[in-house]
Design a protein. Structure first.
Length: 466
């Protein structure tokens, strides 16, 4: 990734002693920021949501949380624990030792400190260059922090939470760039004492960058080529490292990563494919580009071609694979930490999780609705895929289904703040069959506890003393 503007960072000891938020220009004049080089130590990228449109943190609430978290990381013992969901269902995922933060000096990239803030003359040009360089900054960083404390903003008539951060377009972009870098793990900072290593896609859902909220509509057009280059770079990294499962995963995840952006997906990265004269065979091309020989192959990650096709969401491809007798009920034999998929995940699970219409073809092919760690409906619930829930209910799936850990679809929806799925379950479940009190506990125990979700569960007579 090209770095068009120097990577200015704040040394951790300077940030820990800050008592006010000063812009890039003031810090530069005071000699308080430094252009980062890898020989200096390690760098961390701080992704956060501005508290107001004019200032990132006028009350210093985010800064104080970041300072407290840094003290813990730099002077504490032990490790940053995995997010609870990844820890529960991905047995091979690992926590992050605090020694990683303490072995070298730490420098932090933070937009207000690191990018020009004056919007006139050469400063505006430099700001544009710095924004264009964000992929390079993320790639240069050893760590990535999602700074998401709960902050009440009365003047803006909103409350900042992990959910609001995850819905902001630029935060989605920064997170996606991290997930497309060499090190895809990142640390969620909820408070000074509450930190989690987000180990998988299931650990923290955010949605496609192109479908995020942007204050400027033209940002989407600017981002499209940036994200496409990041995807292509990731594919090249995977091939060079002979990480063929990673290559297949990211090749087919383009449909998810680039959703909402006006840009073509790359289908023919590997040269040399020669289809049948006159009518290219979509299945043959897919198998060639993914390094498979037949529709029934299984790779070293325990995935079949149909699993990868379910990521892409191509109905034409999935229909072709099914016509060639790909097994819709084949489940993965291993977990997939990067996606957060446990063992025994089906193509249908993946299709409803990533909101792909191809799920209809798999249901029509009699894919089983249950049988893995969680029923397919729970994957739809995680993604707030209400149409997926209705599809599965129409196929005689149970809205009361539970996974092997005893967690119901409703509890899953509540845990992820899936308001649309909650309404779908209320509509489809038998009267008085849903346990809204356990759902209330679930939403408050995890990150789904938005004011709207809690208010709706109380309307449905959830017991706060359950």
């Amino acid at each position: 990734a090209e770095m068009r503007f120097p990577m200015y960072t704040v040394p951790s000891e300077v940030l820990l002693n800050m008592e006010e938020i000063r812009p890039h220009e003031d810090l530069k004049d005071a000699g308080a920021i430094a252009v980062f080089e890898t020989s200096m130590g390690k760098a961390a990228f701080v992704s956060h949501q501005w508290v107001t449109k004019a200032h990132p943190d006028p009350g210093l609430k985010q800064l104080q949380v970041l300072q407290g978290a840094l003290r813990h990381l730099l002077h504490g013992t032990g490790f940053v624990p995995l997010d609870p969901i990844t820890e529960a269902i991905v047995p091979t995922a690992k926590s992050l030792s605090l020694q990683e933060f303490q072995s070298s000096p730490l420098f932090l990239w933070y937009d207000y400190f690191s990018c020009p803030q004056r919007r006139e003359g050469s400063s505006f040009v430099d700001l544009e260059k710095a924004i264009d360089s964000i992929p390079a900054y993320v790639a240069q960083c050893d760590f990535f922090f999602g700074l998401c404390p709960v902050i009440d903003c009365p003047s803006e008539e909103r409350v900042l939470t992990t959910k609001s951060w995850s819905e902001r377009g630029w935060c989605r972009v920064e997170r996606l760039l991290r997930e497309l870098s060499n090190n895809d793990k990142w640390v969620l900072i909820k408070s000074s004492a509450s930190l989690e290593l987000v180990g998988s896609a299931l650990g923290f859902l955010g949605g496609s960058a192109g479908e995020g909220q942007f204050s400027r509509a033209d940002d989407r057009a600017k981002l499209a080529p940036v994200l496409k280059r990041a995807v292509l770079r990731k594919l090249s990294l995977c091939l060079n490292a002979k990480d063929f499962a990673g290559y297949r995963r990211h090749l087919n995840m383009q449909a998810v990563h680039l959703r909402g952006l006006d840009i073509e997906i790359v289908h023919d990265l590997i040269p040399g494919f020669e289809g049948e004269l006159g009518s290219p065979d979509v299945v043959s091309k897919f198998l060639y580009q993914n390094g498979f020989s037949t529709v029934r192959d299984v790779d070293g990650a325990g995935w079949s071609p149909l699993h990868y096709a379910a990521l892409s969401g191509s109905s034409e491809l999935i229909e072709g694979l099914l016509q060639q007798r790909a097994d819709p009920n084949r489940r993965t034999s291993k977990d997939q930490p990067q996606l957060g998929c446990p063992p025994w995940t089906s193509a249908l699970d993946l299709a409803v999780f990533f909101k792909n219409d191809s799920a209809r073809l798999l249901v029509a092919a009699r894919a089983r609705l249950e049988g893995g760690v969680q029923p397919a409906m729970s994957y739809a619930a995680m993604a707030d895929n209400a149409s997926g829930v209705h599809l599965l209910c129409d196929a005689k799936g149970s809205p009361l289904a539970e996974g092997i850990l005893g967690v119901s679809v409703l509890e899953t929806a509540a845990a992820y703040g899936a308001a649309s799925v909650l309404e779908a379950l209320v509509l489809r479940a038998p009267e008085n069959a849903l346990d809204f009190s356990s759902a209330l506990f679930s939403t408050m125990f995890t990150r789904g506890g938005t004011a709207e979700m809690v208010d709706r569960l109380l309307e449905l007579r959830a017991d706060v003393n359950w």
